[in-house]
Ligand binder design. Structure first.
Ligand SMILES: Cc1cc2nc3c(=O)[nH]c(=O)nc-3n(C[C@H](O)[C@H](O)[C@H](O)COP(=O)(O)OP(=O)(O)OC[C@H]3O[C@@H](n4cnc5c(N)ncnc54)[C@H](O)[C@@H]3O)c2cc1C
Length: 500
């Protein structure tokens, strides 16, 4: 018998929750989003400081190519309505020993420039570019989740993944460090080698660069917060209700059904169906009080080597000038060596900085927003957690100073013209989004780990599912969008509605 569900409570107003909400409204359900913060968006956000707007998320958004299947979905949820797409000339430039190697959008230019920089790497570079090219036409299947597909659709999907399969077979057991070690050029070797943790799977870098060089991964003008707000507007226009400052704390469960969601301020939201579009560990361990553990997640949480989580320190800096004043062009994003400084004893030898000159509205007139990201892993999070309140603020200030010094050393024109705007840490993401260990994406893919595709079903409960980026590691914005939509497709199947 089909379930007669009409109303849905969605926990979490990030991209996953907004996506679930928009598709729920489109299919005729009545939905309410409970969001713990004062505004929706979750990790896809930005905030204002000293006249600057700090963009806290999008380095690149997959699905920006007009006419692509993912692009159609971003448009369907209003994320890209009337928005200019910024296509940076390069994705990231690596500097080392006076050399600069850029991952150019134009793959032929990339190949030419790398061979020019390091002729002894010509064969490796050509092979790299040929493999990237193979993936340029690949797009992740977005029609429906595999569990809703019939045998013919599954076969078609498998066939469409042929080229991806080739790359996964060739590089899936190679670490990024091993891949980086193929290059003699120090900029490429050091640059690629420092991008991810020790066991990170090299194949993933091919997917990212293929998407970028195929114009499929660029930056929507206005940034992360504006994108989330457009989705929130779409949701409200469709009749959806967002309850902000509403943190779900407990669930009232009777038998196999959740009856209501109770917020930290005591308000109760009766629920016919619940979609938890928030952090997986928070859902299983806190909301469900460890009563419905999921083996696939528990296995991953217990093995941080095979399934590492990454968070970051984000240092936002205001530059009282324009990048055109610098002696050499400053690319959108660059990674360069620095005089080592430490975070909790771990030496930081390289820094990645993004500059937002394409967003004049993010800075006061004549100034530029700069953002430095420093990856943080298992031990870093533990060390941040051990600090007292005073030590925590001191450490943030110390890091802001270290980053400023590193920027001034690399760009002497910036001396005396930098202002630390904010320093976010793994604890910030934990506090803001309930993100497990401050993780900004789901488990990083490594050569030791296995892929996970989770339906979101919570064993033991008939009317609650998990959604959001954790269902499709390594996560990211497209995963959040798709899993929100998938949750509603499954609900339509369950309730006998056609998904239109
Ligand atoms: C610094 C940074 C850079 C990134 N860069 C990129 C990028 O360039 N490209 C890309 O694709 N992805 C990027 N990401 C990842 C991307 O932001 C996430 O994958 C995506 O936003 C996750 O969406 P989500 O809805 O699954 O989860 P979240 O964004 O975590 O949303 C969950 C929501 O639930 C709310 N919530 C949690 N618990 C409760 C509760 N109990 N009650 C009510 N509400 C609750 C949270 O406040 C949050 O709003 C980046 C993330 C960060 C932090």
């Amino acid at each position: 018998m089909k379930d007669n569900i009409r109303s849905i409570v969605i926990i979490g107003g990030g991209i996953g929750g907004l996506s679930a909400g928009i598709y729920a409204q489109r299919q005729g359900f009545e939905s309410t989003i409970l969001e713990k913060n004062t505004a929706p968006g979750g990790q896809c956000t930005g905030w204002d400081r000293n006249g600057y707007h700090i963009d806290g998320c999008i380095h690149w958004l997959t699905g920006t190519k007009d006419g692509g299947p993912l692009n159609a979905l971003w448009r369907e949820v209003g994320a890209l309505d009337g928005v200019e797409i910024v296509h940076p000339e390069s994705f990231l430039c690596f500097e080392q020993d006076g050399l600069r190697a850029c991952i150019y959008r134009d793959l032929e230019r990339l190949e030419r420039s790398w061979i020019e920089l390091s002729p002894e790497d010509a064969d490796v570079v050509r092979e790299f570019c040929a493999d990237v090219k193979l993936l340029q036409g690949f797009s992740f299947p977005v029609d429906k989740p595999t569990d809703l597909m019939g045998p013919v659709e599954r076969l078609r999907t498998m066939l469409s993944m042929k080229d991806a399969g080739k790359i996964l077979k060739k590089y899936g057991k190679m670490t990024l460090q091993e891949f980086a070690g193929r290059f003699r050029c120090p900029a490429l070797r050091e640059g690629f080698g420092s991008m991810a943790p020790e066991w990170y799977n090299a194949a993933m870098i091919f997917f990212a660069i293929a998407a970028f060089t195929a114009n499929e991964a660029s930056i929507p003008a206005g940034g992360s917060r504006a994108l989330s707000m457009r989705m929130a507007d779409t949701y409200r226009r469709l009749g959806g209700r967002i309850e902000t400052s509403s943190e779900a704390r407990t669930l009232e469960i009777a038998g196999r059904r959740v009856r209501s969601v109770v917020c930290s301020d005591g308000r109760r939201f009766p629920a016919e169906y619940v979609i938890a579009a928030c952090d997986a560990a928070f859902v299983y361990r806190t909301l469900l009080d460890n009563r419905y553990p999921d083996p696939a997640f528990e296995k991953r949480f217990a093995d941080p080597i095979a399934y590492p989580l990454a968070s970051e320190v984000l240092v936002a800096v205001g530059f009282a000038g324009r990048t055109t004043e610098l002696a050499e062009p400053m690319p959108w994003s660059m990674s360069f060596p620095v005089e080592p400084f430490t975070i909790h004893g771990r030496p930081i030898r390289r820094l990645t900085v993004k500059q937002f000159s394409h967003e004049p509205g993010f800075a006061p007139h004549g100034k530029t927003l700069l953002i430095c990201d420093i990856n943080q892993y298992q031990h870093d999070y533990d060390a941040w957690s051990r600090l007292s309140r005073e030590e925590y603020w001191l450490q943030k200030r110390r890091l802001g100073d270290a980053v400023t010094r590193a920027l001034e050393a690399r760009f002497p024109e910036m001396r005396e013209r930098l202002e630390i705007l904010d320093v976010a840490t793994p604890k910030t993401y934990e506090r803001y989004c309930n993100a497990y260990r401050g993780a900004f994406m789901a488990f990083f893919p490594t050569v030791k780990g296995k892929m996970m595709a989770h339906t979101g079903r919570i064993k033991g409960l008939d009317n609650m599912v998990l959604s959001g980026q954790w269902l499709q590691p390594p996560g990211g914005l497209p995963a959040a969008l798709l899993t929100g939509r998938d949750a509603i497709m499954r609900l339509c199947r369950k309730t006998g509605r056609a998904f239109v």
